[in-house]
Design a protein around this ligand. Structure first.
Ligand SMILES: Nc1ncnc2c1ncn2[C@@H]1O[C@H](COP(=O)(O)OP(=O)(O)OP(=O)(O)O)[C@@H](O)[C@H]1O
Ligand SMILES: [Mg+2]
Length: 304
């Protein structure tokens, strides 16, 4: 469906994308993750023919985007929602796009309804909020009812209702056997939306795996943080440290955070000393944790 082979892009001396190979499977939502500047948008721009690869190739349905006769019917893309003339109304912007592909006014109305823009269809885009602009970008991507949907940070600026809508919409789109490629910095959102994840770091692929596999890679059960609360948390902390755990006491509460000891062992030690526990929890594995571990050495723009 979408295939990148040894794809590279250099801007002067800067390598934005470095020998990247991947393919996107129909029927799945594939998420692209990676720190700022990792090359996610550059990869998308090359897919859409907006940037020329320095070497390698990226194709949709077997050929470069520009070689498709009716590209809007093949790939719908949201790249930069601000790339719309501010003096135009939402409807006239969509109608202009539709005219290039003989797409009907009925379809224009349909996507306006779908994206919740029907009531502002005749308003100037220049007066749109961030989220409304984002919705218009999604409407444009859907216009040609394409087989492939490519969305760069689609939920940026959307209200919770809009975020939920995008999530359900792309899941449904993929369930129809179509291909969806999504990027986002919101890990919890990605975890609920994507089936498969590709992680880029400094222009290279550092992970390409089903999301469940990636989440599971974020530390083993034994390495996960354990939280325990007990009226005798200070004594418990001393006992656990004596057995090799690292623990942090939360001041003002009865809670201890424990590293390097599984919850079972914590419970056993507490029981052996007759210490009452009020709660004992192992933190669930998260995409965020797996992502942070994967990209630790790949940050180009790290805050101090
Ligand atoms: N037109 C350009 N000219 C020069 N350098 C560029 C250009 N476009 C992108 N770059 C550089 O290429 C690298 C990759 O940028 P890209 O926009 O693809 O990152 P990204 O993964 O989308 O990041 P973000 O999460 O911030 O959107 C960055 O270091 C960026 O500065
Ligand atoms: Mg980007």
């Amino acid at each position: 469906m979408i295939e990148a082979r040894h794809l590279s892009k250099r801007y002067g001396t800067k390598t934005a994308v470095n020998d990247v190979t991947f393919s996107l499977t129909p029927g799945q939502v594939t998420g692209f993750l990676g720190p700022n500047g990792a090359g996610k948008s550059t990869t998308m721009r090359m897919l859409m023919g907006l940037d020329r690869p320095t070497s390698g190739s990226i194709t949709v349905l077997g050929k470069p985007y520009a070689e498709h006769r009716n590209p809007l019917n093949v790939v719908g893309a949201l790249l930069d929602a601000k790339g719309v003339h501010p003096g135009r109304s939402a409807r006239s912007h969509l109608r202009a796009l539709a005219a290039t592909h003989a797409i009907s006014d009925a379809r224009v109305n349909e996507v306006l309804h779908l994206t919740g823009l029907a009531s502002v269809a005749n308003k100037r885009v220049g007066g749109f909020s961030l989220g409304m602009g984002q919705r218009l970008g999604i409407a444009a991507a859907l216009l040609g009812d394409p087989q492939v949907l490519v969305l760069d940070e689609p939920v940026n600026g959307l209200d919770p209702d809009g975020v939920l809508w995008v999530r359900n919409f792309v899941r449904d789109y993929a369930a129809q056997g179509r291909t969806v490629r999504l990027s986002s910095h919101l890990m919890s959102e990605m975890a609920q939306t994507a089936d498969h994840v590709i992680v880029l770091g400094r222009g290279s692929v550092i992970a390409d795996a089903p999301i469940t596999e990636l989440i599971a890679s974020g530390g083993t059960q034994a390495q996960r943080l354990v939280r325990v609360s007990s009226p005798e948390s200070i004594r418990l902390g001393e006992l656990l440290r004596a057995e090799g755990a690292r623990s942090t006491q939360h001041s003002d509460t009865d809670e201890l955070q424990i590293e390097a000891m599984p919850a079972e062992r914590v419970g056993e030690i507490a029981a052996a000393h007759g210490i009452v526990l009020h709660s004992l929890v192992t933190e669930a594995a998260s995409l965020e944790q797996a992502y942070l571990e994967l990209t630790r050495g790949e940050l180009e723009y790290a805050a101090a």
